[in-house]
Design a protein around this ligand. Structure first.
Ligand SMILES: [Zn+2]
Length: 206
């Protein structure tokens, strides 16, 4: 890593090395719960279990926000928001790096994304929404809707990894990421290159 005080953002390759080393990125033959097959699997909490790698990833992502005038001018009166539990360590790391005042995370209840009770209209600062990985973009989109419904403007969005098949903007706000990953999913086993090669398959959860 670059020396302290040098505001460099690690390259995409350097981030991928961290993800591989920590087991957060694996190559092989994977089957998702929706039946799709793929040759890669991201399990981002494995990178965030180590303090040092969690910090490198969160600080790197925070630098993408700090250079934005709309963010820099509003700090520290900013809220860092995670759409789900997977984004919580990212949100805490980014909050710490930016010295942002607030942190919130949404949860899924009966299929609906929501915050805990008693968060009132007008209480949430302008928001930066961060997640560990953006696969489809649905979680970010739902969270934008949620915070706007509570009267908070969204001034930033981002994740450690974004699949290039996901949107790169949400409601006019660009999505920042450290790695843009061109993931290819095969809809069925019949289409899957790894299946054709006879590779043993591993069933994974999101
Ligand atoms: Zn397959």
């Amino acid at each position: 890593m670059a020396g302290q005080g040098v505001q460099l953002i690690p390259s995409s390759d350097e981030i991928m090395q961290i993800l591989k080393r920590t087991g957060a990125f694996r190559e092989g033959h994977f089957v998702y719960p929706n039946g799709k097959h793929t040759a890669h699997y991201f399990q981002m909490p494995l990178a965030f279990r180590y303090y040092d790698t969690a910090r490198v990833l969160a600080v790197a992502l925070s630098r993408k926000f700090r250079v934005e005038r709309d963010v820099a001018s509003q700090l520290p009166k900013v809220a860092i928001i995670s759409p789900s539990s997977g984004g919580i360590p990212v949100a805490f790391g980014v909050r710490d790096a930016l010295s942002a005042e607030q942190i919130y995370w949404a949860e899924q209840e009966s299929g609906k994304r929501m915050f805990r009770q008693y968060i009132n209209q007008g209480e949430i600062n302008p928001c930066i929404i961060v997640d560990d990985i953006i696969r489809s973009g649905h979680a970010i989109e739902e969270t934008v809707e949620l915070v706007r419904g509570l009267g908070a403007p969204v001034i930033g969005c981002g994740a450690i990894v974004r699949f290039t098949s996901a949107p790169d903007h949400v409601d006019g706000v660009p999505i920042k990421s450290l790695v843009e990953f061109d993931e290819h999913f095969f809809d069925t086993a019949a289409d899957c290159v790894e299946c054709k090669a006879g590779a043993p398959e591993e069933h994974v959860r999101f």
